[in-house]
Ligand binder design. Structure first.
Ligand SMILES: Cc1cc2nc3c(=O)[nH]c(=O)nc-3n(C[C@H](O)[C@H](O)[C@H](O)COP(=O)(O)O)c2cc1C
Length: 382
């Protein structure tokens, strides 16, 4: 796919500003916010940006390639699209737009259980390349059914999540009535009326639904019943007893997302998991927690030769990807960056954001004198 971005939006921050103007306040705040006082959210980016890299200008250089192998698959860049729930609320059809762009740019796209397109549709759009993130169902029957669907859709990687034993405490969403169950207050309706493009696109694509869960949901649920259904259907707290049967059942690669401690990394290795994403859910769960760059550095150093260590949370640019990789990540993911892109630019947003990040990262590699994305750690200033 040709690398092409709109020169009016040459940074993720430009996309964020545009997204804020284009989508209703309740949707923007759901995307943009962290939890409690946003301390962890802000730390993620600021502490990642404390990482500094050293260039070697006079070293022989034969060119830089962004291509990166992960789980035996060669991707065109060392970053992918993290799973985000309720994507269609922020921009109609956004999971489809992002899945397609990821496929065309040959980077991974992870579909969330609770987003607004189905496993089957994501697989069709990516020719079986989409990864799937499972929220842990309470009932084994439902767990098995969803896992079988992901296998039938040929998802190469299943991602399970350990950082949602409880929902994050998010004051904006509570104020906006977006805590489960979501509600359409007069205030929210007024916000929609102020965003005509978003409203028209929503009319065109219809009200977003939890497409993965449709087969299991009783028909005609009102919003209150929907909230109850979600609470009863999922039990976020993971443990070894819940992970073992998934490991036995899933023949593809298994990734644990939300690891932020050495203890959890060690458990993952013992349970035969193939990779971990060091992540704090983009600062949406534990406001008193560390930024991800801190545990990443120790976890990658200690366990990087036993398990694939990846990272997300706080990454907003090519230099940020380079900082994470220099600190030991073998691969990186972003949630908000891509959602800002699609919310700002609609169907052009996926291609734009991926192109922008690829261009920025290529520039960093040329500066540092990196030939491959595995060379970043040589440039870390310790
Ligand atoms: C609006 C929103 C919804 C999210 N929903 C999910 C989800 O359904 N499943 C999941 O594993 N992670 C979810 N995440 C976390 C992301 O996968 C990812 O860890 C996080 O966005 C990374 O931080 P960043 O946004 O700073 O890149 C969500 C994040 C955001 C911002």
């Amino acid at each position: 796919m040709a690398i092409k971005f709109d020169s009016r939006y040459p940074s993720i921050d430009d996309l964020r500003t545009k997204a804020q103007k284009k989508i209703p306040k309740f949707a923007f705040e759901y995307l943009d916010g962290g939890c409690n006082e946003d301390v962890n959210l802000l730390r993620n980016t600021s502490e990642l940006r404390d990482v500094q890299l050293k260039p070697n200008y006079l070293r022989a250089h034969v060119g830089a390639s962004l291509k990166t192998k992960l789980f035996g698959i060669e991707y065109d860049a060392p970053f992918g699209i993290a799973p985000v729930g309720l994507q269609g609320l922020m921009w109609p059809n956004s999971p489809e737009i992002l899945a397609k762009a990821a496929f065309e740019h040959n980077i991974p796209f992870i579909l969330s259980t609770v987003t607004t397109t189905s496993i089957e549709r994501a697989s069709e759009l990516t020719e079986g390349k989409a990864w799937f993130q499972l929220y842990h169902p309470t009932e084994n029957r439902l767990r098995d059914d969803i896992i079988h669907r992901a296998a039938a859709a040929e998802c190469p990687v299943l991602v399970i999540l350990c950082d949602v034993p409880t929902f994050g405490f998010r004051p904006r969403d509570i104020r906006n009535g977006l805590a489960m169950p979501p509600k359409m207050s007069i205030q929210n309706i007024l916000q929609v009326l102020g965003k005509p493009h978003w409203a028209l696109e929503t009319l065109r694509y219809g009200q977003p639904n939890f497409e993965n869960l449709k087969p299991y949901m009783p028909k005609g649920l009102d919003l209150k019943q929907l909230g109850k259904f979600m609470d009863q259907t999922f039990s976020g707290r993971l443990n070894a007893e819940k992970i073992k049967p998934i490991r036995d059942m899933w023949k593809g690669k298994l990734v644990l997302k939300g690891v932020a401690s050495e203890y959890d990394a060690e458990e993952a290795i013992k349970l035969g998991i193939d990779g971990i994403i060091v992540s704090n859910h983009g600062g949406r769960q534990l406001d008193a927690g560390e930024s991800t760059i801190k545990p990443l550095t120790t976890i990658a150093e200690k366990y990087g030769n036993q398990i694939e260590v990846m990272m997300d949370s706080g990454i907003r640019s090519g230099p940020d990807v380079a900082r994470a990789m220099a600190s030991g990540a073998k691969f990186t993911f972003m949630g908000r960056s891509f959602m800002y892109g699609v919310s700002a630019l609609g169907k052009e947003g996926g291609n734009h954001t991926i192109s922008l990040l690829k261009t920025e990262l290529q520039q960093v590699m040329e500066q540092l004198c990196c030939e491959t994305t595995r060379d970043f750690p040589d440039h870390l200033i310790k």
